[in-house]
Design a protein around this ligand. Structure first.
Ligand SMILES: Cc1cc2nc3c(=O)[nH]c(=O)nc-3n(C[C@H](O)[C@H](O)[C@H](O)COP(=O)(O)OP(=O)(O)OC[C@H]3O[C@@H](n4cnc5c(N)ncnc54)[C@H](O)[C@@H]3O)c2cc1C
Length: 386
């Protein structure tokens, strides 16, 4: 067992760190304050391959292991979790389209997505179907050689600013097996976008509802076969959960580094804060939790890369643990900054706001516990998860 990164992995992470310092760090606070979606910066990330990190080579993706992709996301999230999280969602949707798309779909969208020239949204959640995603009601009815899609989606990241929607809709009866996945052009006639949601964080990316009124797409838009859509959506989310967990780890690393600096710089009672043992212990706990979270995320990523039968369980555990730990570390780093942590001149309050939603989306942390507990209580599963 080797916990060290290879030289190549370290070089890759360094490239991401340099990109993050040059293209994200100087602007992240303004994008957050003004609600700017940084399309140009995302295109630059695309030039480095960061928009198709684990997408297949057939659509010009880098086809990297999830572990390597996580190294890139972590470096970017340390300065801008919001923009990075959108890039991870784009990577997830691009991977789904590249893995299950027909020749026609891959030819139309593949390279444009992996290069970052075009962007993708992932559309599963509906107003009435959040945690219980398999109860979704958006319908896709067969009409000759086409499908007609009607219904609505809620909380869609990037909506209104992306080019293609990876959409889950019902083609059959109730439950997961009646769901299919489609690649739908974001500007197809019959699609309407709701207002940009005003949010606590993730302000550098828009979130909107989308409604579909008899939106016509050719049958070749189907990803995989009819009825496979929920399975495809969940496979996307296995990687998505590693990505979101990684965004929490990255943000927490950024917050921890700021806290370390502040402890040396700030003086109270005639000495640096670093000399107070209460704060030393806080810092030690933050570092310990963060290292544990990072290792857990990397373990889950390596299980997914290896095709381990329990990879989904490890992804759920990692998402739950790392997003809780990441938020807590950011919040403690804010506390160490005192009043300065609460004002916008420092990045702490933004990191806290941006990481809060990681405990909610791509499956809430309660649903992560449901997934893990269900597996732990299966007959004969006494020793499988360790
Ligand atoms: C900023 C943002 C961006 C998003 N981006 C996307 C996106 O791009 N694409 C997309 O498809 N979705 C997206 N989502 C939706 C997100 O995945 C859902 O909000 C999430 O899955 C929870 O669904 P819900 O909001 O309907 O909450 P609900 O399902 O109504 O849950 C409410 C509460 O009940 C708990 N709960 C529900 N069921 C159970 C249970 N069985 N046991 C225990 N507790 C339970 C939940 O954990 C939660 O605490 C986004 C959400 C946000 C806020």
């Amino acid at each position: 067992m080797n916990f060290e990164l290879t030289e190549e992995q370290r070089a890759f992470a360094q490239t991401a760190r340099d990109f993050a310092q040059a293209e994200l760090a100087p602007h992240a606070a303004r994008w957050d304050a003004e609600g700017i979606f940084p399309r140009e910066a995302i295109a630059l990330a695309g030039e480095l391959g960061f928009c198709g990190l684990y997408a297949p080579a057939t659509i010009d993706g880098l086809a990297l292991p999830r572990l390597d992709a996580a190294l890139v996301f972590e470096e970017m999230a340390a300065v801008d979790p919001s923009t990075t999280a959108f890039i991870t969602i784009h990577n997830m949707a691009t991977w789904m389209l590249g893995t299950w798309g027909s020749d026609a779909v891959r030819a139309e969208w593949g390279t444009a997505l992996t290069s970052g020239a075009k962007l993708a949204s992932y559309c599963l959640t509906e107003p009435g179907a959040g945690s219980d995603a398999a109860s979704l009601r958006t319908r896709a009815e067969r009409d000759g050689g086409d499908y007609l899609i009607s219904g609505s989606k809620a909380f869609i990241s990037g909506a209104g600013s992306t080019d293609v929607l990876v959409l889950m809709a019902r083609t059959g009866g109730p439950g997961a097996k009646g769901i299919s996945a489609f690649a739908v052009p974001a500007d197809a006639p019959g699609i309407q976008y709701g207002k940009k949601e005003a949010k606590m964080g993730w302000n550098s990316q828009p979130t909107r509802t989308i409604s579909f009124d008899r939106v016509r797409v050719p049958a070749a838009s189907l990803l995989g076969a009819e009825g496979e859509g929920f399975k495809i959506a969940m496979k996307g989310l296995d990687g998505g959960r590693i990505n979101i967990a990684t965004c929490s780890v990255g943000a927490a690393q950024g917050a921890l580094a700021a806290a370390q600096r502040h402890l040396h710089e700030r003086q109270q009672f005639g000495r640096p804060l670093a000399q107070f043992q209460a704060l030393q212990f806080k810092l030690a706990d933050m570092a310990t939790e963060l290292v544990a979270a990072r290792q857990m995320v990397r373990l889950a990523a390596s299980k997914l890369d290896a095709g381990h039968p329990d990879a989904s369980t490890y992804c759920a555990m990692a998402k739950r643990f790392a997003t809780d730990a990441g938020f807590a570390v950011c919040n403690e780093a804010l506390q160490i900054h005192g009043g300065y942590g609460y004002i916008r001149e420092y990045p702490l309050e933004r990191l806290v706001r941006d990481t809060r939603v990681h405990q909610i989306l791509e499956g809430t942390n309660e649903i992560m516990r449901v997934i893990v507990a269900r597996r732990m209580l299966e007959a004969g599963a006494h020793d499988d998860i360790r």
